[in-house]
Ligand binder design. Structure first.
Ligand SMILES: [Fe+2]
Length: 203
């Protein structure tokens, strides 16, 4: 019997819109055989921990943009710029962590609603807050990320995932440590114009 090609051979410039289908991989799983010489339990454990780190890093990234937009006061200009610099660096980290999860055969958490359910960082109000509160929230978020980074890096090394160890130490930890320094110095209460204790002999 001749094959009926009338349907499949129809040529049309019409885009196929409104398509949906089943997922091709469920969140929380890893694919079976990427040739990485890392067994499935190792990749499952690492992708789970990296997804926690990713959810927290996405949240910190967004907290930086919120702070960049909403900052107020005499330090507006320098903090507006600093917050955006740190935001851009966190964007890079988000991409590195997410792509590490994918290359290990996992599925990266991505959307805001899912991230909100997973992150350990406290949700800030929608409205604007004072600079010291903005800085404190950012520092708390950094602390949460740093607290999980060192044990994660050590565990990765222990079970043979050197790539994850390198990513977490060289990129995530080092970037977060540096950003903590830049923020913390803004919370040191030093005089702007006149020293508090005039030295002997001063007029
Ligand atoms: Fe901006």
């Amino acid at each position: 019997m001749a094959k009926d090609n009338s349907k499949s051979s129809t040529v049309s410039a019409q885009p196929r819109l409104y398509q949906r289908a089943n997922e091709i991989q469920t969140y929380g799983t890893v694919t079976h055989f990427p040739p990485l010489e890392l067994d499935e339990p190792t990749r499952l454990e690492m992708t789970a921990q990296l997804n926690q780190l990713l959810a927290d890093t996405i949240t910190l990234r967004d907290l930086y943009k919120k702070s960049h937009w909403q900052v107020a006061g005499p330090t507006f200009y320098q903090l507006h710029l600093l917050f955006d610099k740190h935001f851009a660096e966190q964007v890079e980290l988000v991409d590195s962590i997410a792509e590490r999860i994918q290359l290990l055969g996992g599925v990266s958490i991505a959307m805001a609603a899912d991230v909100a359910e997973v992150t350990q960082i406290e949700r800030p109000p929608r409205g604007r807050e004072e600079v010291p509160v903005q800085l404190s929230r950012l520092l708390d978020a950094h602390q949460i990320i740093i607290r999980q980074s060192r044990p994660l890096a050590r565990r990765a090394s222990e079970i043979g995932d050197d790539g994850t160890n390198d990513l977490v130490v060289s990129e995530v930890l080092r970037t977060n440590e540096l950003q903590v320094w830049f923020l913390s110095e803004h919370l040191v209460d030093v005089p702007l114009v006149e020293a508090k204790l005039a030295s002997a002999g001063a007029a």
